[in-house]
Design a protein around this ligand. Structure first.
Ligand SMILES: [Zn+2]
Length: 374
């Protein structure tokens, strides 16, 4: 019986786009039924995430990849605009059986060079409310990731992520940004990775470019369209301010209020650019983004195994966090071509093996290049 279960569980773990995934969960809908449409959509998202293989620990499998937004404040929503903020804060979310990866993305779901993780053991609760995924951390902070698709919210709810009583939070129980080069956790507000020296874009430079160039802060943080829109608005305000002041100085007293208002709005607009730029910089954007993205593995084809090049020379990161946290994770079994829900995670041979023989499974070396991991 045990042997049969093991074979069945093993069969659901595959390497897709160079990433180890549990396809029985990844390609199933909220009822646990396999859907070709879901397979197509998720595979398309995974094609942009080949770089993620270096961040995964041995035995860590991807269970779900979905879309949504990075956390944003009401102030940002009001000043950027409702529709724009959704595009600007677009992100991908990757659930493994151990943590949630938060990956800021472009409007076409491409990697921006930044990545963060939420270890389940750092969450007092990770729940779905409305369109939001809400992480409540052990340090008392709370973060909202909005606009998670409806079907995926139901799947996340079914995961029922709960910490084990024996699991202790990590040193920084919150969302932690990771170095995109060496995968180590980055301390808050550093300008370079303490482990590998990777430089990140800085607030000082964002301020300089924001002040000197219309839309400069947005261009510096790689937000081209916001930069263009801002440059147009800023140029208009600058011209209007100069014209109004010129008229006022030539003796047209009625031009003074307009001149003062235009000048005030110009200053306000610059301040907003700086504020928004700093918010983007909080995600740690590599200074040499183009060469950094150029070093990423090319867009992965489904079924392609990870190559040694994908892992790079600096990717010998030690495992982070505890092996497996969830205790009531539902899983799916193949039942006459239909995936049906079965018992909790502790009964699932694959996960169970990690839990029961944690030391053994985790000491196994990472799969060698070209060898799909089991
Ligand atoms: Zn680093």
């Amino acid at each position: 019986m045990q042997a049969e279960e093991r074979t069945e569980a093993k069969a659901t773990v595959e390497t897709i786009c160079g990433l180890p995934v549990d396809r029985a969960i990844l390609f199933a809908d909220k009822k646990g039924i396999y859907r070709p449409r879901i397979e197509k959509g998720r595979t398309k998202l995974l094609q942009n995430l080949g770089f993620l293989s270096r961040f995964l620990d041995t035995d860590e499998k991807i269970l779900l990849v979905t879309t949504g937004c990075s956390p944003f404040t009401t102030f940002e929503e009001l000043t950027i605009g409702g529709a724009w903020v959704v595009a600007v804060k677009r992100a991908l979310f990757v659930f493994t059986h151990k943590r949630l990866f938060h990956i800021p993305a472009t409007s076409s779901f491409k990697y921006r060079g930044s990545i963060a993780q939420v270890l389940y053991q750092d969450c007092a609760r990770l729940r779905v409310k409305g369109s939001a995924l809400i992480a409540e951390y052990h340090n008392g902070r709370k973060e909202k990731f909005l606009f998670i698709p409806r079907g995926d919210r139901a799947i996340i709810e079914r995961f029922a992520i709960e910490p084990n009583e024996s699991d202790r939070p990590s040193e920084n129980p919150q969302r932690n940004h990771l170095c995109p080069c060496c995968t180590q956790i980055l301390p808050a507000s550093v300008e370079a990775c303490p482990a590998c020296g990777q430089q990140f874009k800085t607030r000082a430079k964002a301020l300089k470019y924001s002040l000197l160039i219309p839309g400069g802060g947005y261009f510096y943080t790689n937000h081209l369209w916001m930069g263009l829109a801002d440059a147009l608005a800023e140029t208009y305000l600058l011209v209007a301010t100069v014209v109004a002041f010129a008229m006022a100085l030539r003796g047209n007293a009625e031009a003074w209020p307009a001149a003062i208002i235009f000048a005030f709005v110009s200053v306000l607009e610059k301040a907003l650019t700086v504020h928004h730029s700093n918010s983007f910089l909080a995600e740690f954007i590599p200074d040499d983004l183009k060469s950094h993205l150029g070093n990423q593995p090319p867009r992965a084809e489904p079924g392609r195994a990870p190559s040694t090049e994908d892992r790079g020379p600096r990717n010998q990161a030690p495992p982070r966090g505890r092996p497996v946290l969830a205790v009531s994770w539902p899983h799916f079994t193949v039942n006459g071509g239909r995936l049906a829900r079965a018992g909790p995670i502790k009964d699932f041979p694959h996960f169970g093996r990690i839990r029961r023989r944690g030391g053994q499974s985790n000491s196994r070396a990472r799969g060698e290049g070209g060898q799909p991991r089991e």
